[in-house]
Design a protein around this ligand. Structure first.
Ligand code: ADP
Ligand code: ADP
Length: 223
């Protein structure tokens, strides 16, 4: 079944002005359940714009965005926020963990915001941290962790509410190649275990080769 569908997405920044820039010009893609797709694009091609539109953080000028078969084009902010919280996990190049909270608290917070009880949230957080090999760092704050450990915790936070779609923008892009390889392996294992779908932007052909297929963002189109 279909988890994400983008159909004919168009996006122009500064529309109608001399500096207008068309970034997306009819981009389309469908991700089925459990499908993991590499998104490859030169810097500035519109990768982040596409991921933000797919995750209902930004609006397209035209085209349709559907998550789990529900179309969100023109939906209210409330509906989009609810869908984003329930169905979408985000990972960025930088971890964006909250510095004043421990690793496990960072993974618990999205669950607590979703109404999960403290004990259950802690248990799920610990299970996720164990799966990616950072359980021993659970009580440490992000600043005490290595870059690779920080990203692993960020993956756990993105998956804390069991979303069906993961959107990742260069998730291991700020790590050295060896660390990037193992940390990416941890992310893939988590994604495969949960059966979620993922659209993962990367510049690294070796990482792209570990996914089900690759789409390229070129001239505003996905090919
Ligand atoms: P990528 O993630 O592939 O590097 P982005 O989606 O961040 O690309 O940006 C695509 C293009 O759109 C870039 O040229 C960028 O400068 C421009 N851009 C991004 N956001 C805005 C914005 N809010 N206003 C104007 N131009 C933008
Ligand atoms: P609220 O202010 O009620 O938290 P938001 O619209 O800010 O609502 O956020 C809704 C969900 O989307 C939250 O899970 C939040 O973490 C996520 N979110 C908001 N902005 C971003 C962003 N730029 N990147 C990734 N996730 C975001």
């Amino acid at each position: 079944s279909e988890v994400l569908r983008l159909a004919g997405i168009e996006k122009t920044y500064n529309r109608g002005k001399p500096n207008a820039l068309t970034v997306l010009d009819g981009a389309s893609i469908t991700l089925n359940a459990g499908e993991v797709v590499a998104l490859v694009a030169p810097s500035g091609a519109g990768k982040s714009t596409l991921l933000h539109i797919a995750g209902l953080l930004d609006d397209a000028d035209a085209g349709e965005v559907a998550i789990g078969g529900t179309v969100f084009t023109g939906a209210s902010d409330r509906k989009r926020t609810a869908a984003r919280r329930a169905d979408v996990g985000f990972v960025y190049q930088f971890h964006h963990l909250l510095p004043e909270f421990s690793a496990i608290e960072n993974v618990m917070l999205p669950q607590l915001a979703d109404g999960v009880a403290d004990g259950a949230a802690r248990e799920r957080a610990m299970t996720l941290l164990e799966r990616v090999g950072v359980a021993s760092r659970a009580e440490n704050r992000p600043a005490a962790l290595s870059g690779g450990e920080q990203q692993r915790v960020a993956f756990c936070r993105a998956l804390a509410n069991a979303p069906r779609l993961l959107l990742a923008d260069e998730p291991t892009g700020n790590l050295d190649p060896a660390t990037s390889d193992t940390v990416f392996g941890a992310l893939m294992a988590l994604v495969r275990e949960t059966g979620m779908s993922a659209l993962i932007a990367t510049h690294n052909p070796e990482l792209a080769a570990r996914m089900d297929r690759t789409v390229r963002l070129e001239g505003g189109l996905l090919v």
